[in-house]
Design a protein around this ligand. Structure first.
Ligand code: ADP
Ligand code: MG
Length: 404
């Protein structure tokens, strides 16, 4: 699950990490009120969408020369102006796709006098089974180019979660960022706080870009501040963090995926035209592979889970059919815990209820498979039965071609 920048900063602040002060705003009035609560004279108004690249983004409704989704404002009036231009409009960035994302929330925050921008991210490194801390002196809006063109400027430091964060990890991060003196010490402390926050909140990713070094104040003191952050959480651990779960913004998510999660279905929309309903993630992956092997593409990944009920199967059918791209459905279910005849009942009831309008191929295997096939045959519905995975994929691809 992803959250907005302002929410991530709230969470980081709770873990003792230094962030500039700021307030979220859902309307122009709120943005003005937010600015009035800040000291000024420099404010930054930031579009809150679940995508990065906002600074260099473009608004669909504004002309091409208009500024992007991160705007410096030198007065409360300028904050108002920026809020008016951004709210309700659609921001297109390198991460949103061409359709962009509508800006419904803003974050009005203190303008910071930046001396240097760094990059620091924590993520779960599946290859090593450890937490990777990725650091670079080349922070800011072009980190993707740095990764491509000069990968040697990015350092990865892995922390074994069984051992935990050690002082040497902190020193390695500060060294990678080429920091010295007091900033080096600040960085070591920050790295530890971020690691602790990452583990404590069951994060999947915590990216800070940029982490900034401020220009020295009158006493010559500079500070490390988190200026932008992206955070995502392990969905399977969210039950441990009801406060974080509340931060979910469903308007940022695919509506079909939101509906699927209400029924506890694992659904991810893809680009193809063959809808898949499968039980078990491994079988779902194999089904998608074999569809591709037969020259077509899956429209989705959908795992109805081990104990699929009639209600779940119906909900799954409805979700698949809401996708206009779907031209055929392949059901591939292994009746282990669930018996095939019960699944067949569910499929027939669901197909009748949703008024199935595209070809449906069903492959059942496992307990009571004969009974299940009989139910499908006697249903009076144009369901094509398949014997194995290969047969099922061939049949659905052929059916879809024929219908086209
Ligand atoms: P995105 O990564 O989505 O483009 P950022 O929050 O990183 O958005 O903002 C882009 C750039 O805007 C930053 O690299 C930084 O230079 C500048 N910026 C962002 N927030 C502030 C701030 N509070 N004060 C000064 N400059 C900022
Ligand atoms: Mg950024």
């Amino acid at each position: 699950m992803n959250i907005h920048e302002y929410q991530a900063k709230e969470l980081l602040a709770k873990h003792g990490v230094a962030v500039p002060s700021g307030h979220a705003a859902m309307s122009v009035e709120e943005a003005v009120a937010a600015a009035k609560k800040l000291p000024g004279p420099l404010y930054v108004v930031k579009a809150q969408i679940h995508a990065g690249g906002r600074g260099k983004g473009k608004f669909k409704e504004l002309d091409a020369n208009a500024k992007g989704g991160v705007r410096l404002a030198e007065s409360v009036d300028a904050v108002e102006e920026a809020a008016k231009e951004m709210l309700g409009n659609t921001l297109v960035t390198v991460q949103t796709g061409d359709e962009g994302k509508q800006v419904n929330r803003l974050y009005v925050t203190d303008g910071v006098d930046i001396a240097q921008e760094y990059y620091l991210a924590l993520l779960v490194d599946r290859a090593s089974g450890q937490v990777a801390m990725v650091a670079s002196t080349e922070g800011g809006m072009d980190i993707e180019d740095v990764a491509h063109e000069t990968p040697e400027r990015i350092t990865t430091i892995t922390v074994d979660p069984a051992q935990g964060f050690m002082p040497h990890h902190g020193r390695a991060v500060a060294f990678a960022l080429k920091l010295s003196g007091d900033l080096n010490k600040q960085c070591q402390k920050l790295a530890k706080k971020l690691y602790d926050a990452f583990i404590e909140m069951d994060c999947e990713m915590l990216e800070i870009n940029p982490l900034v070094e401020t220009k020295p104040d009158g006493d010559g003191n500079a500070e490390l501040l988190v200026l932008d952050t992206k955070m995502s959480f392990d969905g399977n651990a969210l039950y441990r963090h009801p406060d974080i779960e509340k931060m979910r913004d469903e308007t940022e998510e695919d509506p079909a995926e939101v509906e699927a999660s209400e029924y506890d279905l694992a659904y991810i929309k893809l680009d193809g035209n063959i809808g898949c309903m499968v039980n078990g993630a491994g079988l779902a992956m194999a089904t998608m592979d074999i569809i591709k092997l037969n020259g077509a593409f899956p429209a989705n990944f959908l795992d109805v889970g081990g104990g699929a009920t009639k209600e779940k199967v119906t909900a799954a059918f409805k979700i698949i059919l809401k996708d206009d791209a779907v031209e055929g459905i392949l059901v591939n279910i292994f009746g282990g815990i669930m018996k095939c005849d019960i699944i067949a009942d569910g499929i027939v009831a669901a197909a009748k209820e949703v008024n199935l309008s595209v070809p449906l191929v069903v492959r059942l295997e496992g307990t009571n498979v004969e009974k299940g096939k009989e139910i499908l045959e006697n249903s009076g519905l144009p369901i094509v039965s398949a014997d194995d995975l290969g047969d099922a994929a061939k049949k659905i691809v052929a059916e879809v071609k024929e219908a086209a």
